[in-house]
Design a protein around this ligand. Structure first.
Ligand SMILES: Nc1ncnc2c1ncn2[C@@H]1O[C@H](COP(=O)(O)OP(=O)(O)OP(=O)(O)O)[C@@H](O)[C@H]1O
Length: 322
């Protein structure tokens, strides 16, 4: 049985925005944040859910957790309707929102864990054992008496993860778990999650803007764009599709119309065409060959070669799938 099952899921929001020229008037507009998503996640899978800002990732996660009600379509989490069975589901899933805390800020960390153990009605001996295990693995021993507000971001994120896992959930959903963390804290957290999954077979679903999280933690990647699925497959498949491209950025002596260079895609221009971005496939051509062609059309002042950013990757995947 699937741990997550999403079928033609849709979620709309009504936003109120100012009417141009009418200072006090606002009009309502519908925004479709999630637009017909269908996917399943099986037991023990580790899935990275990625996409550009505003693509609909958090909205999807909130529907999986029963925090938001779908506009249409269905979602089943751990075999239940997450909105109807929210309490029951809370015992089976652990959720970490990188930007929001589920700990009590003014209380020592240990007391947050006591409260969570009581909320989940954990058997005391089991709760003690599990807490000791998490405190050791996430190196939280030095902070148990510290009020949460005094923890550093890295310490707090580890504390959040322990809080989400205290009740040994079968599904762990992490929304930007490593956002803002330094390299070492990221590494520790990733190592812990790899270990946790390896030893317990926990299902992981995580959203992130950090490809390092996906590379270290996930075998499967879902890419969402404007609320729709643009890619569902292995990380290596994504890498083969996406990492293939490089982007040549050229600064020209004067503004020029978008360059049309065979074998490249014009990604965009800045400063009326003084800076232009051209994507190319390095297995078919080279930066030097592309540059030579650009120089026939314009005088190049400066250049750099970059990897495409995630927004472009998503755009490209989407246009291919269409
Ligand atoms: N409560 C809300 N009210 C109105 N619009 C919303 C609300 N929540 C999300 N949206 C809109 O829905 C779209 C998807 O937002 P969502 O937060 O799910 O994206 P995201 O992929 O998680 O983005 P990010 O990576 O920036 O967190 C956006 O256009 C956003 O502005």
């Amino acid at each position: 049985m699937s741990v997550v099952e999403v079928d033609r899921l849709v979620r709309d929001f009504t936003v109120r925005e100012p009417v141009p020229g009418r200072r006090l008037r606002r009009r309502a507009r519908q925004v479709r944040a999630v637009d017909g998503l269908t996917f399943t996640v099986g037991p023990g899978e580790a899935v990275g859910y990625i996409g550009a800002n505003g693509a609909g990732k958090s909205t999807t996660i909130k529907m999986l957790a029963g925090i938001l009600v779908p506009t249409s379509g269905t979602v089943r989490t751990c075999g239940t309707d997450p909105v109807r069975a929210r309490r029951r589901l809370a015992r089976r899933i652990g959720v970490v929102f990188g930007q929001r805390s589920q700990l009590w800020w003014d209380l020592p960390l240990a007391e947050s864990y006591d409260i969570l153990a009581a909320i989940h009605r954990l058997e005391p001996a089991r709760a003690r054992r599990r807490r000791a295990e998490l405190v050791e693995e996430l190196e939280l021993g030095g902070f148990l008496a510290t009020p949460v507000r005094q923890l550093s971001l890295g310490q707090r994120m580890r504390a959040e993860v322990a809080a989400a896992l205290l009740h040994e959930p079968e599904l762990v959903v992490l929304d930007e778990p490593t956002i803002g963390l330094d390299v070492l804290s990221k590494q520790r957290l990733r190592e812990f999650l790899v270990h946790e999954r390896g030893s317990r077979g926990t299902t992981l679903l995580l959203t992130t803007h950090d490809m390092g999280d996906v590379e270290r933690l996930c075998e499967r990647v879902l890419v969402v764009d404007h609320g729709r699925l643009a890619y569902d497959g292995s990380l290596s498949g994504l890498a083969a599709t996406v990492a293939a491209e490089r982007v040549l950025v050229v600064d020209l002596a004067e503004p020029v119309a978008p360059l049309q260079v065979p074998g490249t895609r014009h990604l965009g221009s800045e400063g009326d065409g003084v800076r232009q971005h051209l994507a190319f496939d390095p297995t078919r051509t080279t930066a030097a060959a592309v540059l030579a062609q650009v120089q026939r059309a314009a005088e190049v002042r400066d250049l750099s070669v970059a990897e495409p950013d995630i927004e472009d990757v998503v755009r490209r995947l989407w246009s291919r799938s269409r």
